[in-house]
Design a protein around this ligand. Structure first.
Ligand code: IPD
Length: 258
């Protein structure tokens, strides 16, 4: 599976980087964009994955999505970090998760700028290329927390700002990369301790959630329980040491804003 996916993702990455001047369109909401490269990479992935895995279903960012069933379904973000991509920040990845019975069974995140493939299969650990990776054991007060600012949701902006203000004095610092999938690779590699966003979509977190879990961390819905894999969720992931504390702090901060 991983070799086949690597081949497809490397070709998809080459396609992504081949656009010299990507055409950017607004998706309607504040700061929400799609490029012709997103659409082309998604079409390429769906075509190639269907050839290798006939009959498999898809849920993907740049399509009219159907409801997730228990059948094997690829959940795809063709370019996670679209704004980074067309602003030439070299911080965007391709994210492909495979969900079976509505739970991630396989996840791959490909960084075409560095030729890095992060991958995980349920029960078989998390990997960067051929190297096993693990979350950190850094405690909460020394944690780097990755933040997704959810710029599309005006009703969540005050909550996001308040969350930063409340967390800054009690953790080491906050990071904002512009790609949730990339953030989740950082958590899985122990380069940061957690990620949260008050509304995130399954294609942003499907592959990365499994990567973090297989690296020894945890993921979930901020208000408790498992996140949905067919619609947006207030999402978080963290190393095992700080997960409960981060979740409790986020829930406390949300109460403050109610
Ligand atoms: C976005 C990135 C970003 C997150 C947004 C996502 P996209 O994905 O993951 O970090 O904050 O919520 O939509 O739109 O660039 O694929």
């Amino acid at each position: 599976m991983t070799c086949e996916i690597r081949d497809i993702l490397e070709k998809a990455g080459a396609l992504m980087l081949s656009f010299q001047d990507p055409k950017v369109s607004s998706k309607g909401e504040h700061a929400s964009y799609v490029t012709d490269a997103d659409v082309a990479v998604q079409a390429f992935l769906e075509e190639e994955l269907t050839k290798r895995f006939p009959g498999v279903l898809f849920l993907a960012e740049e399509q009219e999505n159907t409801t997730l069933t228990d059948a094997p379904t690829f959940i795809i973000d063709p370019i996670d970090g679209t704004t980074n991509y067309f602003r030439r920040r070299s911080a965007s990845v391709i994210s492909v998760g495979l969900v079976e019975n509505q739970v991630p069974a396989f996840g791959a995140i490909y960084d075409p700028y560095r030729n890095d493939l992060y991958h995980a299969r349920r029960g078989h650990g998390a990997w960067l290329d051929d190297e096993r990776v693990h979350v950190s054991d850094v405690p909460f007060d020394r944690a780097l927390i990755e933040l997704g600012s959810g710029p599309y949701y005006e009703d969540l902006m005050a909550l996001t700002g308040r969350t930063v203000g409340e967390l800054l004095p009690i953790v080491a610092d906050i990071r904002r990369s512009g790609s949730a999938a990339l953030d989740l690779t950082n958590v899985a590699l122990g380069k940061s301790e957690g990620l949260f966003e008050w509304m995130l979509q399954p294609w942003d977190y499907c592959a990365g959630a499994l990567l973090v879990e297989e690296a020894g961390g945890r993921y979930g819905a901020i208000m408790g329980g498992a996140p949905s894999f067919d619609h947006g969720t207030p999402f978080m992931a963290a190393n095992a040491r700080i997960f409960d504390r981060l979740q409790a702090e986020l829930q406390r901060i949300r109460e403050l804003c109610m």
